[in-house]
Design a protein around this ligand. Structure first.
Ligand SMILES: [Zn+2]
Ligand SMILES: [Zn+2]
Length: 265
């Protein structure tokens, strides 16, 4: 259904609109064959707390960014190739967040939440359809290994490894890049090469280090494993800054998906 939109005027106009909202802070998005499938606001679980983010689903990439002015101006554009995405539904927490799912990729994985169960269903179905179509067309296999979802800072008041070390302003939290646990410095003082995430060795907890180094000893032949992923060894999640979204009308907008009931123009 989305294929009908490939060379349509409406699609070109919508993509140009997305580009103009990101302005010079974003990448050019109009490429031959690309279709904007849907758009809407989701709550993304970041390291410190959940944040509202604008999401755009294209037939080959998922784009999201920080909202400066609703529907007009965005920055901090992130582009995720759908080929390496895997979704996983999150069970509703009766006392917490609901209608969520994980977006898992080789280099980064995170949770997002929709406003209603219907919207969650729509988003997941549309994203999965795009992934299926892409993999079918390219003949590629889905990526098997995904980055850990980071446990939000607020969920851990003591180190999840030693269960003793209390976090303070001085005793900082660290995240294991293999399992996503929040751990103290001494419990994560080792680095290990995780080629799908970075070309440099990354911080891992002692538990993961033992497992990984044991596995490596058993599997030295794996050294041919190559990766051209961008480096992501920074301590901070680049998406984590607090910005904007003050005093704005953030009334809930229903996400829009194109192509379902639309004729090509
Ligand atoms: Zn510890
Ligand atoms: Zn770990």
């Amino acid at each position: 259904m989305v294929d009908k939109l490939v060379n349509s005027e409406a699609n070109a106009r919508r993509i140009a609109m997305v580009e103009s909202c990101f302005g010079s802070s974003g990448q050019p998005l109009a490429v031959p064959g690309r279709v904007l499938v849907g758009e809407g606001v989701l709550t993304k679980m970041c390291r410190k707390k959940p944040k509202t983010r604008q999401f755009y689903l294209f037939n080959d990439i998922l784009v999201y960014g920080n909202i400066i002015i609703n529907k007009k101006k965005y920055n901090k554009q992130h582009i995720i190739p759908l080929e390496e995405v895997k979704l996983e539904s999150i069970e509703d927490d009766p006392r917490g967040y609901q209608h969520g799912w994980l977006i898992k990729t080789a280099s980064k994985s995170f949770a997002v939440y929709a406003a209603t169960p219907v919207e969650k269903g729509e988003w997941m179905a549309h994203i999965n359809k795009c992934i299926d179509d892409l993999l079918r067309k390219s003949g590629k296999k889905a990526v098997a290994e995904h980055a850990a979802v980071w446990v939000p800072d607020g969920k851990a008041h003591v180190c999840m490894h030693c269960e003793k070390s209390q976090f303070t302003l001085i005793n900082r939290r660290h995240h294991c890049r293999k399992c996503g646990a929040v751990v103290c410095g001494p419990c994560s003082n080792k680095r290990f090469l995780l080629p799908s995430q970075s070309s440099k060795p990354l911080r891992v907890c002692l538990r993961c280090y033992d497992v990984l180094s044991g596995a490596k000893a058993n599997n030295l032949a794996d050294s041919a494993h190559k990766s051209n992923n961008q480096d992501s060894s920074g301590e901070e999640d680049s998406d984590d800054d607090d910005e904007a979204q003050k005093g704005q009308d953030m009334a809930h907008d229903v996400p829009k998906f194109y192509g379902d009931n639309e004729k090509a123009e």
